[in-house]
Design a binder for this molecule. Structure first.
Ligand SMILES: [Zn+2]
Length: 153
């Protein structure tokens, strides 16, 4: 597979990265964003994703395929500071946490979680019909601990 790094020439390409990483609501890659293209022989085309949507697995595959970061097509045409960013991720094996944009999906989930928590607090004192009928005793409405406390920095 051939990997390509370049600035998106238009805002018409779509990100094929994981949805729960992608900062874009409609998956578009903005013009000028660094995008990672993968040439896929079966499709006779290139599949793009935001560079920041590259998972550790993708970077691992890039390493296997290109060997060194300089061998990635288009790397030498990136601005120097962007080459440094790519190099950091390459060495680290993943996009550094402080460079990952906040995923769009995550934002939605956070809002829902907060709403649910607020409801639970309000209902706690007087009644929780379902639970009382089933259990006859107090049951905690808390289903899961906050497994994903991503305070984006
Ligand atoms: Zn993306």
């Amino acid at each position: 597979m051939v990997y390509i790094l370049e600035y998106a020439k238009s805002d018409r390409s779509n990100c094929n990265g994981a949805k729960d990483l992608c900062p874009s609501r409609d998956r578009t890659i903005g013009k000028g964003d660094i995008r990672l293209g993968v040439e896929v022989a079966q499709f006779h085309g290139v599949i793009y994703r935001h560079w920041t949507c590259a998972t550790p697995t993708v970077i691992e595959n890039m390493k296997k395929s290109a060997g060194s970061v300089e061998n990635i097509v288009g790397f030498d045409k990136l601005r120097e500071e962007d080459q440094e960013r790519v190099r950091r991720a390459w060495d680290l094996g993943e996009i550094p946490e402080n460079e990952r944009p906040e995923p769009y999906v995550q934002k939605e989930e956070d809002e829902e979680e907060e709403a649910t928590a607020a409801d639970n607090n309000r209902d706690n004192e007087d009644h929780d019909d379902d639970n009382q009928q089933k259990n006859g005793k107090e049951s905690k409405p808390v289903k899961e601990e906050h497994g994903k406390e991503n305070h984006g920095r």
